[in-house]
Design a protein around this ligand. Structure first.
Ligand code: PGA
Ligand code: ZN
Length: 430
């Protein structure tokens, strides 16, 4: 089915910042939209998000050049191509850009069109997106933010995300019920304590704490108050986003809240200690993207019991994932479409991760849109896990709710592995 036209315009994301939406129309009149999210704690190896940088307009964050590239060069290149051949289209977009990190046309320009084509092709096939993108049927186990910190909450805590994983859930729907109970129990605790600022970028609570460890105690208490045993029905997951804490010059990590500085060894020892002391089932970016020795220490100590996810380390980049697998740096990869910039490369990153026996976690960004593409991507690829932020605000809830719709659409064919998804990787988990 041939592409008839391609257009793009500016929309605004969940932080109120401009981003790109592309519209692709096919010859039969079917259309697809591609809405691009945006990160704040971005990895240095991510594909480039093209912003105009003119301080007089939208605080330098306008995306007019990216939109001009979609309407001009990109539209010219893909018009007349077959929307059903996503790999060929994505390869053509990469070739047209011609740089390793999509810095000429902008990953936001390229991804908007790549996603819009996938949506248009699904519509033309008369299929829901998850059926058009792949043949998977696995509902994801969510990790859902309860408390937000780091770059998403003005550094109220040094750890970026404290998340819950409903390890006791038997269905996808039940994961949301457990999360609901923990989220609201946490809210009750913060209201009682009266040290509560509001909501962080991804919808999690943004309370005041004196130490990072105080957050763990509160989180475990919230799980208990919700009526669960920590580590059983509900477990902890952390995104340390350690690249944001790393100072390259001194090769040290720094906690702003506690005004402490750590060597790589001391920092990763603390990460290991947290995994041992608290019911942590998953930890993301426990070391900086330039500190492979730190990653190896964490893997050696707890890699048989805890999911170790690389986000800024891999940036959804197949070449970096291959290298990480060869070095044994982690056992899981965070998957973000806009870190790499096309649907096909994202699917390749997921496949590579799975082929190595590692676990992919499909993820949203801190700046999100009302689009639920990633839910379909997770199910279509049998990724098995999804990270979207918290259990509040519609740019987050639209994803959790879309998975409920997919669960219904799949009916008897839906699979859900729950925490047993970890069995192959975490042999020592009790
Ligand atoms: P970001 O945060 O979208 O701001 O990069 C999400 C994450 O680090 O996982
Ligand atoms: Zn992260």
């Amino acid at each position: 089915m041939k592409i008839r036209s391609v257009d793009a315009f500016t929309i605004f994301d969940s932080r109120g910042s401009p981003t790109v939406e592309a519209v692709v129309e096919l010859e039969n009149g079917c259309t697809g939209h591609g809405l691009v999210p945006s990160g704040a704690s971005t990895g240095q190896f991510e594909a480039l998000e093209l912003r105009d940088g003119d301080p007089a307009r939208l605080r330098g964050r306008s995306v007019d050049q990216a939109i001009a590239h979609v309407r001009g060069e990109i539209a010219h290149r893909v018009t007349g191509m077959d929307a059903y051949d996503q790999p060929a289209l994505d390869a053509a977009l990469c070739e047209l850009d011609g740089t390793p990190n999509k810095s000429r046309l902008g990953a936001n320009a390229i991804l908007s069109v790549s996603m819009a084509i996938a949506q248009a092709a699904a519509q033309a096939r008369g299929l829901p997106l998850f059926r058009s993108l792949g043949d998977g049927n696995l509902l994801p186990l969510p990790e859902i933010q309860i408390i937000g910190g780091g770059a998403h909450a003005n550094w109220r805590t040094d750890v970026q995300d404290f998340l819950v994983i409903a390890t006791g859930a038997r269905t996808y729907a039940e994961t949301l019920e457990i999360t609901h109970n923990v989220y609201h129990a946490a809210a009750d605790i913060f209201k009682e304590r009266g040290r509560y600022y509001g909501i962080a970028d991804e919808g999690g609570f943004w309370p005041e704490f004196d130490t990072n460890e105080e957050v763990f105690e509160t989180f475990v208490e919230a799980i208990r108050r919700a009526g669960y045993t920590p580590g059983q029905e509900a477990s902890l997951s952390l995104d340390i986003a350690a690249s944001d804490l790393y100072e390259a010059e001194t090769q040290t990590y720094r906690f702003r809240l506690e005004d402490r500085t750590f060597s790589s060894e001391a920092f990763t020892d603390l990460m290991i200690a947290w995994c041992e002391k608290y019911p942590v089932i998953s930890i993301e970016d426990p070391a900086a993207d330039v500190d492979p020795e730190g990653w190896k220490r964490v893997m050696r100590a707890v890699g048989d019991r805890v999911q170790i996810i690389g986000d800024d380390l891999f940036t959804t980049n197949p070449a970096r994932i291959r290298e990480g697998i060869a070095q044994g740096l982690a056992n899981s990869v965070l998957i973000k479409l806009n870190q790499i910039g096309t649907v096909s490369e994202t699917l390749e990153a997921i496949r590579l991760t799975q082929q190595a026996g590692w676990l992919p976690v499909v993820s949203a960004r801190s700046g999100e849109t009302e689009d639920a593409f990633i839910c379909h991507l997770a199910v279509a690829s049998n990724a098995g896990q999804l990270k979207v932020g918290s259990f509040a605000r519609s740019e987050r809830m639209v994803k959790w709710n879309e998975c409920l719709r997919i669960e219904r659409a799949l009916a008897g064919q839906a699979r859900f592995l729950g925490a047993s998804i970890y069995d192959t990787v975490l042999g020592q988990r009790s």
